[in-house]
Design a protein. Sequence first.
Length: 131
Amino acid sequence: MIFRNTIANYIGQFYVIFIGIVVTPLFLDVLGPEQYGLIAFYTVLQAWMSFFDAAISPVIGREIAVIKERRSGYLEFSKLLASFEFIFFVLAVIFSAIFFLLSPYLASHWFNLVRLSPETVATSLQIIGVT
């Protein structure tokens, strides 16, 4: 059973890698390098946010496991969850504001633009910041 699952996992990983290798040139051909660069930039930001989430989610899980054994666990859990929600909300507002403020600078200095205008890229970066 474990051997079969391991083989299936390797086949799935191979498939993801293979599709990435095959589809990337198609994306570049259809979108162009600048648009694909914006998508790649967004993907990198998502990866960083997943990295930060991977650091915080185990903390929440561990605290939930400790709190659920206590009588006042529900109240403590709701306070803990409200604290994390507040922290994430504040960080989201800060990052969105940074993207809105820095998007014109990033569009004109970080990206090598040929076909796209800096205004279009700045708007794209603002949308990325919101998401």
